[in-house]
Ligand binder design. Sequence first.
Ligand code: SAM
Ligand code: SF4
Ligand code: SF4
Length: 337
Amino acid sequence: MNRHIKDSLSRPLRDLRISVIDRCNFRCQYCMPAEIFDDKFPFLPKSELLSYEEIVRVSKIFAELGVKKLRLTGGEPLLRKELATLVAELVAIDGIEDIGLTTNGVYLEKHAEKLKAAGLQRVNISLDSLDDDLFKKMNGRGIGIGPVIRGIRAAKDAGLGVKVNMVVKKGTNESQILPMARFCKERNMTLRFIEFMDVGHTNGWQLKNVITKKELLDMLQTEFDVEPVEEEYYGEVAKRFRYKGTTTEVGFITSVSESFCSSCTRARLSANGSLYTCLFNGKGHDLKSLLRSGMADEELTDYIISLWNDRDDRYSDERVTGTVKGQEKIEMSFIGG
Ligand code: SAM
Ligand code: SF4
Ligand code: SF4
């Protein structure tokens, strides 16, 4: 392909999130409530997941369109077999500069070294509580923090960059905000507080359960001195701060209280191969059928360009007092956050 295809985009496309599987070993209340995602839940059969070959093909097209960062997510991405093989193939794509993984960390102890050797650069590990009982309750599977802590250690020992993600839900885990901040600061790890979001339809989201960045920052400042950090690049999602006198950062994902749709440069590929131009869309664009229909890469590229140029997503900007009514939305476990 020798056209200057990046120039055909009306706004930049920097970042692609790839959900490699819709299954998970957890049932976090805010993502896959156990009452709904039960034994009878129709998870995707393997044939409906994009194969690694298909994921690599799509990623190459996105790299030509300007994507530099890939993030593997899920469901729980470490439930997908031989993930390191996929990482190695993605690393080899021209133009891809950064590959990350978002995981609940439970299987990292087993896989961290192999993933690092394959070329993975960093991991975001989700941990919502240091209180074992609360953590067991929140993940809906009675799994304690032990395996996650060991996963964090294994990732650091393997030389992976580690950030910790904490979803904060009012009435559930606000007691953990300061303990988590201390825990991460002492280990020089970036902690990112994520505002509880109204992704999908199953997590019972209500605005009153959101603790905003402002509230979180106020709480943090009762104990720590923090200062804002300059944005590193256009479209950066986290609002970053630094503990004064250190290099350790703490960030906020403010999808509810300070939306950032106008600078959104991220596309998402769901576990069954649909492309979403917004986390809150109900309708994806079925790339898998096109990939399997024998469509040439040039045609696929044109299709993706037209989708990206036509998009006018600004869900978070429009969400003012409550979840936008009547809109079909995809579940987080399917699209991966
Ligand atoms: N299973 C992996 C994990 O938990 O890290 C990857 C997939 S998970 C869907 C990706 C991220 O989305 C996690 O950091 C998780 O905490 C976050 N998340 C899930 N549901 C959320 C919600 N309703 N609001 C905000 N963040 C959410
Ligand atoms: Fe699983 Fe991650 Fe969703 Fe929790 S947040 S249920 S670990 S996919
Ligand atoms: Fe991007 Fe949609 Fe999130 Fe807005 S709501 S920042 S358009 S993903």
